[in-house]
Design a binder for this molecule. Structure first.
Ligand SMILES: *[C@@H]1O[C@H](CO)[C@@H](O)[C@H](O)[C@H]1NC(C)=O
Ligand SMILES: *[C@@H]1O[C@H](CO)[C@@H](O)[C@H](O)[C@H]1NC(C)=O
Ligand SMILES: *[C@@H]1O[C@H](CO)[C@@H](O)[C@H](O)[C@H]1NC(C)=O
Ligand SMILES: *[C@@H]1O[C@H](CO)[C@@H](O)[C@H](O)[C@H]1NC(C)=O
Ligand SMILES: *[C@@H]1O[C@H](CO)[C@@H](O)[C@H](O)[C@H]1NC(C)=O
Ligand SMILES: *[C@@H]1O[C@H](CO)[C@@H](O)[C@H](O)[C@H]1NC(C)=O
Ligand SMILES: *[C@@H]1O[C@H](CO)[C@@H](O)[C@H](O)[C@H]1NC(C)=O
Ligand SMILES: *[C@@H]1O[C@H](CO)[C@@H](O)[C@H](O)[C@H]1NC(C)=O
Ligand SMILES: *[C@@H]1O[C@H](CO)[C@@H](O)[C@H](O)[C@H]1NC(C)=O
Length: 744
């Protein structure tokens, strides 16, 4: 299975951070549950709310004392609490009238700075500095390194007056400044060992990296040991950052901590939430990221989330909700090579990053099996597995072997060899960082090296060259690891929404972890290269902050629409899964500040959408805080879509010759008062797309006009996807929506 295969690649790069958690994704840990209460006497006073929650909990725990002991969180804005319960107690709670819903606490996975130039946001871009410095981006992540240069507050005044967050001194965390204006951690239960420092400090490097990508101040001459050198910066270098640490080294990010992080970010007053965390689809009413981001949306806060690192299989995208902006990872035009030169003068391509320079022109070159510890380890030695090589024989030589299981093997420690050449047929979009001189070559090149060793025997020699940058073409492309649509949560909504750079991104790193995080690694750097949709997400969160600095009053849906309809289209020839890989295309922050038209929407449209999806008043109460939603009047026919989404997605009906989808849309004029937009349609073969009216004449700013799109598609083979587009063009603006047709 290719999904599993790619986990292997990501593990050492990003997910060393979550260690054993990969095996637990989606697994219910029965010990913790989150209970949502009926509206009842909701109190804005957290102490009153806590007493209400304790009373409910004591009904199954027997006493207030026991209830206190088992309660982990009392949420105020969600009218809910998290507690340590047995399955029976959870069931008893659910049977109570005042309890709406009880969900098990699940665990989630985490998923330069040239990248901003690459997407067209140069250092000298036009800025609204005064408003930009009022923008606050909140990240739910692994914490933050307060001393990173990217979070220096030179030139910044005090936080905006509306800011309610705070930042105290914690273990290994000396406090905040006018750039890093908030830092909190969420891990109140005492039972789980986080393998981490109980403080907002970032031990893993992930949260420091994402924060600096979104909002980092300018840092000149940033590099990883001289690689990727340049000025590191976020999209909005004058904006503020607030960190909500919800992910921990040993167990990842759990629902109850995520909800607490969302609650704090919403109450503190952030403008944008960036969450580079994924999970499997379990329903909008039991997915903590969907629930938290829905409450954020109600308060005018856009949540930007990563699409996941489970590609390139179809249907792997995470963060499915239409009120979330879901981001895929693209590669920029830069990659890192550590080439190999053989004793015969031939040079071959090697992939990866190492910070070492060869000290000699050539070293003796051998195959792993030639330096096996003993005959019984010969097979393992072909893969350089730990314990299989004879250190005395390996010393001072370059060893060629096949790549086995990433993360455990001798090549990571080098075992005193002069270097390791690894043969692998996998796609290495993200270039791994090594802790000893090493490189990765593909199967063809591996064969060339092995043939050379066979021919020259004891006189074979080679050297792994210093890592250098190359220009990649064609680019952008979507990384293989980036999760693909279709959306397993909602057939009617295209996910991912948009793509942003997420391959070999240079950004700030933690001083508390070596570059690889592996035992024995002595490489530390203020900046490091990481890959993942985790790195793509803060690019779009930063871009959303940039748009908001020009349009402080825009709703989350309007900002999201602006980013989606102005994205630079990407090529299906370069990335074969098309829109399922990149959504509307590559983010373009500057164009997004002037989209011309936006598809706006608020709570009501999402309610209608959810009712249409089959949710009912009970299941929706978690999102709305009461059972007051009556879905009956909102139910519509199959194939009818009036969620005012900026993209169009039609799922074909099984066993039908033709499927017809009707899409009702409303656009708001945010460009020039007098503007005329004409529709241009590009329909794929076998699909008929009509739009009515095909011309929209606006006479005022904020004026809204409706149109209707009818998509009629012939039956297609199962799992096939075709796409076209609907583009509204005026003399000044181009407003583009991809139209995707999929046969499940
Ligand atoms: C964290 O702080 C504790 C005590 O304040 C100190 O002993 C420890 O060395 C620090 N850890 C790191 C990784 O800095
Ligand atoms: C940039 O950093 C490198 C090494 O870290 C150093 O050699 C170089 O002098 C620096 N350049 C500038 C302009 O500061
Ligand atoms: C790469 O693929 C070729 C052809 O399938 C195979 O012979 C070779 O052993 C593979 N190499 C590795 C390192 O897996
Ligand atoms: C290995 O890389 C070389 C050089 O880029 C290329 O020509 C060859 O096709 C690649 N082989 C495989 C199996 O990808
Ligand atoms: C190298 O030679 C050995 C025996 O001489 C042979 O078994 C092996 O297949 C050869 N390997 C390559 C890569 O040609
Ligand atoms: C509401 O939906 C839930 C979950 O889908 C289901 O268990 C419940 O029976 C439904 N309630 C009603 C009144 O339809
Ligand atoms: C919901 O709305 C339908 C149709 O408008 C109505 O018949 C029904 O009584 C309502 N249900 C509740 C619980 O209010
Ligand atoms: C348009 O709407 C926005 C936000 O809803 C508001 O801030 C702005 O003043 C309005 N502009 C005009 C010209 O009405
Ligand atoms: C839109 O179409 C009308 C009528 O076909 C035409 O007169 C007008 O120039 C078009 N406007 C744009 C911006 O293409």
């Amino acid at each position: 299975m290719s999904g599993a295969k790619y986990h292997r690649l990501l593990l050492p790069l990003l997910l060393v951070l979550i260690g054993g958690v990969v095996g637990q994704i989606g697994v219910e840990k029965k010990e913790y549950y989150i209970a949502f209460l009926q509206n009842g006497p909701v109190s804005a006073d957290s102490r009153v709310q806590r007493n209400i929650n304790l009373n409910v909990l004591s009904s199954v725990k027997g006493s207030i004392v026991d209830a206190r002991k088992s309660m982990v969180y009392s949420y105020t804005s969600f009218n809910a609490f998290a507690a340590h319960l047995t399955k029976d107690e959870a069931q008893k709670l659910l049977d109570r009238n005042e309890v709406l819903h009880v969900m098990p606490n699940r665990y989630h996975q985490l998923q330069t700075t040239k990248s901003w130039d690459f997407v067209g946001l140069p250092l000298n871009a036009r800025r609204n500095l005064k408003i930009e410095s009022d923008i606050i981006v909140g990240l739910l992540d692994t914490g933050i390194s307060p001393h990173a240069e990217s979070f220096k507050d030179d030139g910044l005044g005090p936080p905006p007056a509306r800011w309610k967050g705070n930042c105290r001194r914690y273990a290994n965390f000396s406090g905040c400044n006018n750039k890093l204006i908030g830092a909190k951690y969420f891990k109140l239960d005492r039972l789980e060992n986080p393998g981490d420092i109980i403080s907002p400090v970032d031990v893993q490097g992930h949260g420091t990296h994402t924060s600096s990508t979104a909002v980092g101040s300018l840092v000149q001459n940033a590099s990883l040991y001289g690689l990727a050198e340049g000025t590191a910066r976020g999209a909005v270098p004058s904006a503020r950052v607030a960190m909500y640490k919800v992910c921990w080294d040993t167990f990842g990010c759990s629902d109850m901590d995520l909800l607490a992080g969302f609650e704090a970010a919403i109450n503190d007053g952030v403008d944008i939430i960036s969450i580079s965390i994924g999970g499997i689809f379990v329903g909008y009413d039991v997915d903590s990221i969907a629930i938290g981001s829905f409450h954020a949306m109600k308060k005018g806060i856009l949540t930007v989330a990563s699409a996941g690192n489970s590609g390139p299989s179809l249907g792997t995208v995470s963060n499915h909700a239409p009120w979330i902006l879901t981001v895929a990872a693209s590669g920029i035009d830069r990659a890192f090579r550590s080439d190999v030169r053989l004793g015969n003068g031939k040079s071959v391509i090697g992939i990866g990053v190492n910070t070492f320079s060869p000290k000699k022109a050539l070293y003796p070159l051998v195959r792993g099996e030639d330096v096996a510890l003993d005959p019984s380890t010969k097979e393992d030695a072909r893969f350089c597995l730990s314990g299989s090589l004879n250190p005395a024989k390996a010393k001072g030589r370059i060893i060629s072997c096949k790549l086995g299981e990433w993360g455990t093997d001798s090549y990571l420690t080098g075992i005193g060899s002069a270097g390791v050449i690894l043969q692998s047929n996998d796609t290495w979009d993200s270039n791994p960082i090594f802790m000893s001189p090493a490189t990765i070559v593909n199967g063809t090149i591996g064969q060339i090296i092995d043939n050379y060793i066979n021919l020259t025997r004891s006189s074979s020699s080679g050297v792994i060259g210093k890592t250098h940058e190359i220009k990649l073409e064609p680019s952008p492309f979507i990384a293989d690891f980036s999760s693909r649509g279709p959306n397993s949560g909602t057939k009617r909504v295209l996910k991912p929404d948009i793509a942003a750079p997420g391959v070999n991104i240079l950004a700030a790193f933690t001083p508390l972890k070596s570059l690889t995080g592996l035992k024995g690694d002595t490489q530390f750097s203020k900046f490091s290269l990481l890959s993942g949709t985790s790195m793509a997400c803060p690019h779009v969160a930063g871009a959303a902050g940039y748009v908001k600095s020009f349009h402080p009053n825009w709703s989350p849906a309007a900002i999201k629409s602006a980013l989606i309809t102005t994205a630079t289209p990407m090529s299906q020839r370069v990335t074969k899964h098309g829109e399922f890989a990149y959504g509307a295309g590559q983010v373009n922050p500057i164009r997004a500040t002037n989209p011309g038209l936006v598809y706006d929407m608020g709570e009501l449209l999402y309610i209608r959408f959810l009712c249409h999806e089959g949710y009912n008043s009970s299941s929706l109460a978690v999102l709305f805080g009461s059972k007051s939603v009556n879905c009956t009047k909102f139910r519509r026919g199959i194939g009818y879509d009036d969620l005012n989404y900026p993209t169009i997605h039609l799922s074909l009906q099984a066993k039908q010759q033709t499927t017809t989808g009707v899409f009702q849309r409303v656009v708001t004029n945010v460009g020039a008062a007098q503007s005329v937009y004409n529709a241009t349609i590009r329909a794929p073969k076998g699909v008929e797309i009509t739009v009515n009216p095909s011309s929209l004449s606006f006479t005022a700013v904020n004026q809204t006009l409706r149109y209707r799109v009818v998509v009629r598609a012939k039956a297609m083979p199962s799992l096939q996807m075709v796409s076209g587009s609907l583009v509204w063009k005026s003399s000044r603006n181009i407003v583009r929506s991809p139209v995707v047709i999929y046969s499940p």
